[in-house]
Write a protein that binds this ligand. Structure first.
Ligand SMILES: [Zn+2]
Length: 447
């Protein structure tokens, strides 16, 4: 039996608007009132909750629908905090939940309050079905709402794992981090994030003689740094296909509208390294594809010098290096040292990201997501995805939970780009699709 969706849809819209109206801009976050709202909604339905307060006015809320224990629990995760807004650039109040032209507007509409509302509705609808039918689920469904994701998660998932890891014991988790993209020609693909790149900080420093700027010096540190960076700018790490990126491009090829890119995607599945290389070369011209095909190096800060008439003894730059799973940052930096032949230049790893295992793209959870998506849209392509961005899922994967990232709302790229931008919005129809996708997935995996 499926829930009364027309009533559920009105409730989902109302819940999302309520959640947007809590200003959880992080910093400072102030997620506690939103957590209390979620707690009341769950408790009113008879779902037991645990409210934790990691810091003043911060919160983590856990709700649990117990199953028979035949299978291990599944987590439904979303964060309550949002990034800041530049109010002058919005056409409406970002914390009002305005509905206009079939969209709900507001900070968090797609990151991550839309999913938070859909997760909440999934809990409420499952509990209502449970009451009606009396047929228990095979596993616990654990609703988790966290704080502080947008500022690194120290007071969110980081804190929760450090202090209450027992509450997060689960086989699977569903979180943000993928996308449901409507591409040219109306085709849609659902990218399910199963792994993430790992973010490191590397500092490059050039050394030279200090002196009065009136006397130009050949070993000026700033010139040295510039030459070293120029050498790095011409260098790319080698293409490296993981099983996830291979499947990502292979399945995306089935729906991709651009014929040249489409055959390049298909070429990546070839056993012939020459054909793979040619395909990767074509795809590398698109920055977002290039970023998943190899380790990435982005200079982000340059620093050096203090006065116009003083030659500094050193000048440096900060590089954000993002490695593919399983890649050693030490080996990447060794390769960069070989690329930079400019003398008196050093490279140092100043911040190491933590490795996290990938979630299995052939698991029952992935299959449940894919089957549910196809039930809602028979033409959808469901692809495993390695994200270049970082989410709470990496922390869960490190404690043994197979986490999958979705953005369950079908959207064109232009709407997706409003995430963290101005006039963030979710199409009302997509909100309903996303809620059904999450409900259907959880119902399926917990049968
Ligand atoms: Zn988010």
């Amino acid at each position: 039996m499926s829930p009364d969706w027309s009533a559920a849809e009105a409730e989902t819209v109302a819940r999302l608007r309520d959640l947007i109206r809590f200003d959880t801009t992080n910093p400072p976050g102030n997620e506690l009132p939103a957590a209390l709202y979620l707690q009341a909604a769950l408790e009113n339905e008879g779902i037991a909750t645990t409210l934790l307060e990691p810091d003043a006015n911060r919160a983590a809320l856990i709700g649990r629908i117990p199953g028979t224990g035949a299978a291990r629990p599944v987590i439904l995760l979303a964060h309550m905090d949002v990034v800041g807004v530049e109010r002058a650039s919005w056409s409406c109040d970002p914390f009002a939940g305005e509905i206009r032209d079939g969209y709900i507007y507001g900070r968090g509409a797609i990151d991550d309050k839309g999913m938070l509302a859909a997760n909440l509705m999934t809990m409420l609808l499952l509990q209502r079905e449970l009451k009606r039918t009396g047929a228990p689920l095979s596993r616990d469904i654990v609703f988790v709402a966290t704080s502080d994701e947008e500022a690194g998660g120290e007071w969110g998932m980081g804190w929760l794992i450090e202090h209450h890891a027992d509450l997060l014991d689960a086989e699977f988790a569903l979180n943000e981090g993928g996308r449901t993209r409507i591409i040219e020609g109306g085709q849609t693909y659902l990218a399910v994030q199963a792994a993430e790149k790992i973010s490191h900080v590397v500092t490059i420093t050039a050394h030279g003689s200090a002196g009065h700027a009136a006397i130009p010096l050949e070993d000026n540190a700033i010139f040295r740094l510039a030459r070293a960076l120029e050498q790095l700018s011409r260098y790319s790490e080698p293409v490296l296909l993981t099983s996830i990126t291979r499947q990502f491009f292979g399945r995306l090829a089935e729906v991709w509208p651009n014929p040249r890119e489409q055959s390049a995607m298909a070429a990546l599945a070839s056993a012939d390294p020459g054909i793979v290389e040619n395909g990767a070369a074509v795809l590398s011209r698109t920055a977002v594809f290039n970023a998943v095909l190899r380790n990435g190096i982005s200079p982000a800060i340059v620093e050096g010098g203090s006065r116009y008439n003083v030659i500094p003894a050193s000048a440096g730059a900060v590089l954000n290096v993002r490695t593919l799973p399983g890649q050693s940052i030490d080996e990447v930096v060794d390769r960069l040292r070989a690329v930079v032949t400019e003398p008196h230049v050093t490279l140092e790893i100043t911040q190491r990201g933590a490795e996290a295992p990938a979630s299995d793209p052939d698991s029952a959870m992935f299959a449940a997501i894919a089957a549910t998506a196809r039930e809602l849209n028979p033409r959808i392509a469901v692809v495993p995805y390695l994200s270049t961005g970082v989410t709470d899922s990496a922390r869960l994967r490190r404690i043994g939970v197979q986490a999958y990232g979705i953005l369950p709302f079908p959207m064109e790229q232009s709407d997706e780009e409003r995430m963290h931008g101005h006039d963030e919005r979710v199409p009302v129809e997509s909100l309903h699709f996303g809620t059904r996708l999450i409900y259907g997935t959880i119902e399926r995996i917990a049968r």
